[in-house]
Design a protein around this ligand. Sequence first.
Ligand SMILES: Cc1cc2nc3c(=O)[nH]c(=O)nc-3n(C[C@H](O)[C@H](O)[C@H](O)COP(=O)(O)OP(=O)(O)OC[C@H]3O[C@@H](n4cnc5c(N)ncnc54)[C@H](O)[C@@H]3O)c2cc1C
Length: 397
Amino acid sequence: MKNLTIIGGGPAALMLAAQIDTKKYRVRLCEKKKTVGRKFLVAGEGGLNLTYNSSTEELIDQYSPKSFMDPILRDFTNEDLIDWLQCHEIPTFTGSSNRVFPDMEMKPIEVLKKITDFIAAKEIKFNRDTTWLGWDKKGDLNFEKNIDKDADIVVYAMGGASWKVTGSDGLWSEPFKKRGIQIQPFKAANCAFEVDWNPHFITTHEGKPLKNIALTFNDCVAKGELVISKFGLEGNAIYALSQKIQNKLLVEKNAVIYLDLKPTMTVLQLKEKYKKSPRSKVTEILKKDLNLNRISIGILKHFTDKETFSDPEKLVQILKSIPIMIKSSGELDKAISSLGGISLSEIDANFQLKKLPNSYAIGEMLDWYAPTGGYLLQGCFSMGAVLANHLNGLNTE
Ligand SMILES: Cc1cc2nc3c(=O)[nH]c(=O)nc-3n(C[C@H](O)[C@H](O)[C@H](O)COP(=O)(O)OP(=O)(O)OC[C@H]3O[C@@H](n4cnc5c(N)ncnc54)[C@H](O)[C@@H]3O)c2cc1C
């Protein structure tokens, strides 16, 4: 039997612990906070999307790099996750947006408890309040507390670098860098982006949602919702483009996204509706004939001059593609997830660190991206399950 130490207590680590064979491994899980799964609980505050209900192909399409996530998501798919949750008395349902939630009756804390109770029943030891600091001179694990350093296999699952309050602070990256492991700089993903609103617009519309819109950036289209904030724009449509916008902001001062207020209608259809209107006031036509609400009309006015607003041809064109200049991204700490972390070139096909044999890394510690909406948790759970399967297949005699 070998000693396995898992460092970190987020979804990736918990799935690994739940699926590891304790007849082969003596397992302990070291978490710096007093409780595990703090970010998982934060995720639950706004509606916990455990995964996304789609075909495996469609699921994989959402991840980047796709080639890295492809085998992981095929080995432990969204259906596998839903079945696994069901087997552990965590029933789920698919919402109208295809996001998968725990059953209505079940709070995120109860989901977490079901998982941790199952792990504890396998006699896996939880070392809570135990911070990993790096390695000592001999290369052994170095913890803030004086605990046993003995580990045949170590799995690092310390998360990304947003929402520090949950324990995921990215401080682990320094000792890794010292060991010569390449770390890509952390950046906010699934985050807010800065827009220069005029004061009148933001006073009237702050906090309001723009629903059923589409955003385009460099030929990528994201449908969904936007929320107007003092800082700029939030919401799943812009989150989905966050990685691409961030890449642009790395090389240029700003990025322009294009907002379509009527993604279900073509310019031609809109023109027809406009022409047929018995009304003469532009705002009334927009409201009553094109069914635009106050916030949509407000944003249209914000980004058009008077001449365009009074020219039906131009107005209809622009409402399908309003250019909005993005000046910067929101704070990393407030982002739903982070880009960056351990370069994927540092690990082999089984998550093993090439420079540190018998050491593995999974979850948001690695440099991959997915939009919010269940894809992040699915990615982390899949990595935990796939690594457990690999470790269970090793000879531990
Ligand atoms: C507001 C918000 C909403 C979200 N909503 C969703 C959603 O609905 N659906 C979705 O799919 N995803 C969502 N996410 C993202 C999701 O929660 C994360 O992607 C996921 O938790 C990452 O899992 P992980 O196991 O990699 O790491 P984490 O969950 O970040 O866990 C890492 C753990 O490691 C511990 N740790 C860190 N450093 C050390 C150390 N030195 N020593 C010991 N322990 C350490 C941390 O305390 C932490 O408990 C949301 C995130 C946020 C912030």
